[in-house]
Design a protein around this ligand. Structure first.
Ligand SMILES: C[S@@+](CC[C@H](N)C(=O)[O-])C[C@H]1O[C@@H](n2cnc3c(N)ncnc32)[C@H](O)[C@@H]1O
Length: 300
């Protein structure tokens, strides 16, 4: 049997949060195994498979096309979601009724040794979600200077000893390049917490995850029609902070603007403020443990 591509977290809660209309235009910017996309289509089913509702599903990883959906309302966009604005222009969609982002990587990424996302296996130190573009984690580890490497580890891995780790990696690469997950894990002497943080930091840098998220959020805000909903699932504090501040303030800087009377001016009404998976879901799907759902509605 093929390994599971992905098990979606907080599936029912996310779909409920989107308050789907059968004839609406929806975007799932992180298609992955398609669990959320299928559920969106099911909710739109009142109008039948040939109804006027539409769902655009983005994924930058071509592997996700293995999960494609046979449905006339469904359109796959093989692209980074940072180009959401250009793609919606291309398809002539000026406004959308809802957008879902289930951030990060799928089980498929973690469970396939050759994608290089996990220290549980030995594989090439790659970590690119889009295998056709960008720098690999090995290129970063073997070419960044100490300052740049330490900064990535400190900011994206929240590692207090980032300088010491950067120094260790630079000294090791002088012997021979660090080009496998196994070698990187061995150099970090196998402490699980530290390994998790180093792998997370490299993954964020390789895929410019936070830059893409910021660009997509601004486009989503502008595309949503009044009453439209945005639902975001985050998996670590760095991305969650960005989403939380954005949905509260309506801008990337997180600056709260007020009117003359002191009322907060924001384009969003908060619906869900950081819902986590319950015990039953975590028992069934332990990787849902770190998921956090935030939902907001665009106001007129
Ligand atoms: C957590 S999985 C989504 C799982 C999906 N909700 C499901 O039900 O199977 C995240 C997916 O988003 C994709 N992804 C992450 N960042 C992306 C980006 N900036 N642009 C496009 N796709 C992205 C990854 O390749 C991965 O397949």
């Amino acid at each position: 049997m093929d390994p599971v591509y992905h098990i979606p977290a907080l599936l029912n809660e996310t779909i409920q949060g989107l308050a789907i209309k059968p004839d609406g235009v929806y975007v799932d910017v992180t298609f992955g195994g398609g669990g959320h996309s299928r559920a969106i289509l099911t909710q739109m089913s009142a109008a039948g498979r040939n109804g006027s509702g539409k769902l655009y599903s983005f994924d930058q990883d071509a592997d996700s096309l293995r999960n494609k959906i046979d449905d006339n309302r469904w359109h796959f966009v093989h692209s980074n979601f940072r180009y959401l604005s250009q793609w919606m222009d291309y398809y002539g969609e000026q406004q959308i009724d809802g957008l879902l982002a289930d951030l990060g990587v799928s089980f498929h990424h973690f469970d396939e040794a050759e994608r290089g996302f996990s220290f549980r296996f030995d594989g090439p130190l790659d970590m690119r979600m889009n295998q056709q573009a960008g720098r690999t984690a090995a290129e970063i580890v073997n070419t960044y200077d100490e300052e740049a490497l330490a900064r990535v580890l400190y900011i994206y891995g929240e590692l207090k000893n980032s300088r010491a780790i950067a120094r260790k990696l630079i000294s090791a690469r002088q012997q021979r390049p660090i080009d496998t997950t196994g070698r990187l894990a061995e150099l970090l002497s196998g402490q699980k917490k530290e390994l998790t943080c180093v792998f997370q930091a490299l993954r964020i840098e390789v895929n410019d995850e936070l830059g893409a998220l910021r660009e997509m959020l601004v486009t989503a805000r502008d595309l949503l029609r009044p009453g439209g909903r945005i639902a975001i699932l985050t998996y670590h504090s760095l991305e969650d902070r960005i989403v939380k501040n954005f949905l509260r303030a309506g801008n990337i800087e997180g600056t709260i603007e007020k009117d003359f009377y002191g009322n907060i001016l924001t384009p969003f009404r908060l619906i869900e403020k950081g819902l986590s998976a319950g015990e039953e879901e975590v028992n069934r799907n332990p990787r849902a443990r770190s998921a956090k759902l935030r939902v907001a509605e665009k106001i007129g």
